[in-house]
Write a protein of this length. Structure first.
Length: 261
């Protein structure tokens, strides 16, 4: 089924899970893995990337339009299902772009099948315990205050979400429940992942907003240390959701990185 700006929608069954996805563009494939608050369908960053790549944006089971799986209990379970999705789509090798929580999932996927990852882009990823500071605990704030904390400026949030609808509030509430189900103890990080990332030899780009209120900058340096072939870029005037607040700046980092040999 076609949608705006050349995007098509599909549902793929993977190990009993019905995974909804959107895709557009042609060229080398890029799988984008979304935040713990889910993803908006229409983002400028996605459109920009689709000008030079085949971009695939799946919804994790329990988020968006992908039904919940009662047995799922860890982000690594999500990563296994995303690996299965790649196989179902015939993607032998592709780039992964992980956003926040999706960065954790992307990291897990890269440790499972390092040779299948051509490039790894992690934008404010969770998944590693910050050496200094703490990952923002969404249990102690409301489910509307939490996504607002993703932004450097309130007007950036309002530009994308406007007058927040009841459907959006419900989606955030469901997303928070899923986060608690699969990433609660320890909260939003893996004790194993920092050790396993050493097997990932693919070039990695780590991107951080300079006003990330969700994941401290110390976690960026921990990722850079854990990944053998990584560089770190800081985007000024951005919060946690760089792809939403500074889509042009992020695209200018990511597109040339994906094009390098």
């Amino acid at each position: 089924m076609a949608s705006a700006k050349g995007w098509a929608e599909d549902t793929i069954e993977v190990s009993g899970a019905r995974i909804f996805l959107r895709r557009a563009g042609t060229g080398s494939p890029v799988v984008i893995l979304h935040h713990d608050i889910g993803t908006l369908d229409n983002l400028d960053f996605y459109d920009e990337l689709a000008k030079s790549h085949e971009v695939i944006v799946p919804h994790f089971p329990g988020w968006g339009k992908s039904p919940r799986l009662e047995w799922m209990r860890h982000p690594r379970d999500v990563a296994v299902l995303m690996q299965g999705l790649k196989s179902g789509l015939g993607l032998a090798q592709c780039a992964l772009v992980g956003l926040g929580f999706g960065g954790w999932v992307a990291g897990e996927m890269a440790t499972m099948a390092p040779r299948e990852v051509s490039k790894l882009v992690l934008v404010g990823p969770m998944g590693i315990k910050p050496p200094e500071g703490y990952i923002l605990d969404q249990a102690i704030i409301s489910y509307i205050d939490y996504p607002q904390a993703f932004f450097h400026e309130r007007k950036s949030f309002e530009k994308l979400y406007g007058n927040v609808t009841t459907d959006q509030l419900e989606a955030w509430d469901i997303a928070r429940e899923m986060s608690f189900r699969i990433a609660w103890k320890p909260y939003m990080y893996s004790q194993q992942l920092p050790h396993l990332l050493g097997v990932v030899k693919a070039p990695a780009l780590i991107v951080w907003g300079d006003d990330n209120k969700v994941v401290p900058l110390s976690a960026a340096h921990a990722y850079k240390k854990a990944l053998p072939n990584a560089r770190l870029e800081i985007v000024k005037g951005s919060g946690h959701a760089v792809e939403m607040e500074k889509p042009t700046e992020l695209a200018k980092l990511v597109i040339p990185f994906l094009a390098t040999k």
